[in-house]
Design a protein around this ligand. Structure first.
Ligand SMILES: C[S@@+](CC[C@H](N)C(=O)[O-])C[C@H]1O[C@@H](n2cnc3c(N)ncnc32)[C@H](O)[C@@H]1O
Length: 252
């Protein structure tokens, strides 16, 4: 079923008000997770990203672009050459975007690792959680950096735990980190929803690091709207109408 999606800024609670279809966003979806009842934006996002069959992050491949090799920034003559290269790799991979940790690998993750080394209390075992590790690039590059630059005991005693909701990305992460077999003694992937508190079990009072890159905006959230930011704020719902799907707005 192909549906039409629009953001309708019409105030249902104020019928006398000008109620045009301002700001219409159009996109076409083939979805079955919006039923006959309207859903909140948080529920729509959860289904669109994590539905076991149709969710973006449940796909077997492709939700996160991975570069085969690092970009050699010092080889570009100028900005134009860099943009041309980007154009080429986007076309080659047919992917919507590369995240910074992919595009600037290994340097982006190395900078994170160096910041951790400079500020952490190294007398205690280093423990890092990464939520939503994508392809595992950050984990691998942080661990590479620790192996090569931290005092030996820091790398030997460290643990790196990935919390990943997508089964395919959880496997990909193990594969990426496993390119250096030594890392696997210090690394594990917990395939679960980081938002589910029960998954975190007991509180551990020891310090740890939590890395989240490009994840917050993927988490289910609500959308509120006010036409002029002075009138009452309203919440956005998504519903089907006459074969269309659109967001309508009702009073909070
Ligand atoms: C946009 S990708 C970013 C991947 C990687 N951090 C990067 O910067 O390349 C979002 C990642 O977060 C994961 N994710 C999203 N929501 C999650 C949740 N509630 N619990 C655990 N992982 C989640 C996705 O499966 C994916 O690996």
């Amino acid at each position: 079923m192909v549906l039409r999606f629009g953001l309708r800024s019409c105030l249902q609670a104020a019928p006398n008000r000008q109620c045009g279809m301002q700001r219409i966003l159009l996109a076409f979806f083939s979805v079955s997770f919006v039923g006959d009842k309207p859903v909140l934006v948080r529920d729509f996002i959860r289904a669109a990203l994590y539905d076991p069959n149709q969710g973006y992050f449940s796909k077997l491949s492709g939700p996160v672009g991975v570069l085969e090799k690092s970009v050699r920034f010092n080889h570009f003559k100028d900005r134009h050459a860099y943009l041309q290269y980007l154009d080429k790799i986007y076309k080659q991979q047919d992917i919507a975007w590369f995240t910074p940790v992919e595009l600037f690998k290994p340097w982006y993750a190395h900078a994170i690792a160096e910041a951790i080394l400079r500020t952490t209390n190294l007398s205690m075992p280093l423990k890092i959680y990464e939520i939503g590790g994508g392809s595992g690039t950050c984990a691998k590059c942080v661990m590479d950096y620790m192996m090569l630059n931290a005092p030996e005991r820091v790398y030997n005693n460290m643990s790196y735990i990935s919390v990943e909701i997508s089964p395919s990305l959880a496997n990909k992460q193990l594969e990426t980190v496993g390119e250096v077999p030594r890392h696997l003694d210090r690394y594990k992937v917990e395939h679960r929803d980081a938002l589910d508190r029960s998954g975190w079990r007991h509180v551990d009072s020891h310090p740890c690091w939590v890395i989240m890159l490009e994840v917050l905006d993927n988490l289910p959230h609500d959308l509120v709207f006010s036409p002029d930011q002075v009138s009452a704020w309203m919440e956005v719902w998504i519903e089907k109408e006459q074969g269309r799907k659109f967001t309508s707005i009702g009073d909070l």
